[in-house]
Design a protein around this ligand. Structure first.
Ligand code: ATP
Ligand code: MG
Length: 371
């Protein structure tokens, strides 16, 4: 468990690879530092909601972007809800292939990294009708032009497998507001791509309170918690994503990991240096090795010096494989009992339904729609 919850402060101080400020990342990083202090003092005042789409296996971008933080917060005593966003699979494709298998694989990844179902709630939002009903009043609180401006939705549309943009794709950040607000979460550990969505969730909460709260806050305005790797790049140099065929998964074997890292995009400069702005691919690889080693990316770069990209990739492969070995072993262990995975989910769904029913009742009372 220790390998999972320790992370270098040095790497934490380092910027992530890639252009970061377009989405307001520096402001969110500064706010995250303040939040860390508040969490340390009083973890009991926070409730976390975070999650993933069941579109494939979780990868290193997830791990260092958000999963690591989830387990760390759980260990600090923060209440944790993890949503498997099954409806959102249909935002950028027509059919949700192998859904059940992907859902089980996510549960497996969560258990392997240390999410404890006795303390934390893992659920699929498709199994929680009252959560989804919140989307209707929430949709009335946002304008079409606000939805149109969302940079992450634009990016996802450009990578989507559909020729036309569906209404679900266009409105999924509002659905995400329902995911977060159904349990009144006030903290959301996410990667950089989620910042515009968090802003929209805050807007929805604020407007709902203003319109229906009669002077009191029905919903909190949740904060994003960024990690030290809010945008880990994939092997092609763009955001590591389940759907872009550029990811190194937690479940990959050591050999697969070596092959994938070997094929990762770098640049032609032989001297290895950490400079996210001008050398995003090399810097993201350095950050990855640094996070695994518990050191700073600058230190890792200094060790490699002028030995070139092949030496960098060797260091990355060894660091990742060593770091993930215990997680991979636990994953294999949990994978032998599929019935247990289903039981974890069914218990989590039941807990989430009770919370969502209570929130919807409150919302209906606030809106004067109890008949
Ligand atoms: P998909 O391609 O299907 O959208 P994804 O890899 O983008 O998959 P999501 O399920 O959309 O994964 O994201 C789950 C969480 O992981 C979000 O909080 C997101 O910000 C975070 N995340 C995903 N990819 C990265 C990454 N490359 N670096 C940091 N965080 C990431
Ligand atoms: Mg995504």
């Amino acid at each position: 468990m220790n390998t999972v919850v320790t992370q270098t402060e040095d790497a934490g101080a380092a910027a992530s690879a890639g252009p970061t400020d377009a989405l307001g990342t520096s402001a969110a990083q500064a706010r995250s530092a303040v939040l860390e202090e508040l969490i340390r003092k009083d973890p009991g005042r926070f409730r976390v909601l975070t999650g993933d789409r069941p579109t494939g296996r979780l990868h290193l971008g997830h791990f260092f972007g958000t999963l690591h933080n989830r387990v760390r917060l759980q260990e600090l005593g923060v209440e944790l809800f993890v949503v498997i966003a099954d409806y959102q699979v249909l935002t950028d494709r027509d059919v949700a292939d192998n859904l059940l298998q992907h859902v089980e694989e996510l549960v497996l990844d969560y258990l392997a990294i240390g999410v404890d179902p006795a303390r934390s709630t893992i659920f699929t939002h498709g199994a929680v009708p009252a959560l989804n009903q919140l989307m209707l009043p929430f949709l009335s609180l946002v304008s079409v032009s606000e939805l149109n401006r969302n940079p992450t939705v634009k990016d996802e549309i450009s990578h989507s497998r559909q020729s036309a943009v569906s209404g679900l794709m266009f409105t999924y950040p509002v659905h995400q507001a329902a995911d977060i607000l159904f349990c009144k979460a006030n903290l959301v550990p996410v990667g950089q791509d989620q910042l515009p969505h968090l802003e929209l969730t805050r807007t929805v909460a604020r407007r709902f309170n203003d319109r229906y709260g009669a002077g009191s806050a029905v919903f909190p305005q949740p904060d994003a918690l960024l990690s030290s790797a809010p945008l880990l790049l994939g092997t092609d140099g763009t955001k590591m994503s389940k759907s872009r065929n550029n990811a190194i998964t937690l479940a990959a074997t050591a050999d697969e990991t070596a092959r994938l890292v070997k094929g990762a995009k770098t640049d032609s400069e032989r001297h290895i240096s950490y400079d996210p702005a001008t050398r995003p691919e090399v810097s993201s690889l350095l950050l990855l090795a640094a996070l695994c080693q518990g050191r700073s990316p600058e230190q890792v770069a200094a060790d490699i010096g002028s030995a070139g990209a092949a030496a960098l990739k060797k260091v990355v492969t060894e660091s990742v494989n060593e770091y993930l070995a215990p997680i991979r072993a636990r994953r294999a262990e949990y994978g032998r009992d599929r019935a247990h995975l289903r039981a974890v989910l069914s218990e989590g769904n039941e807990r989430a339904r009770a919370v969502a029913d209570a929130t919807l009742a409150e919302v209906r009372a606030a809106m004067n729609t109890c008949y």
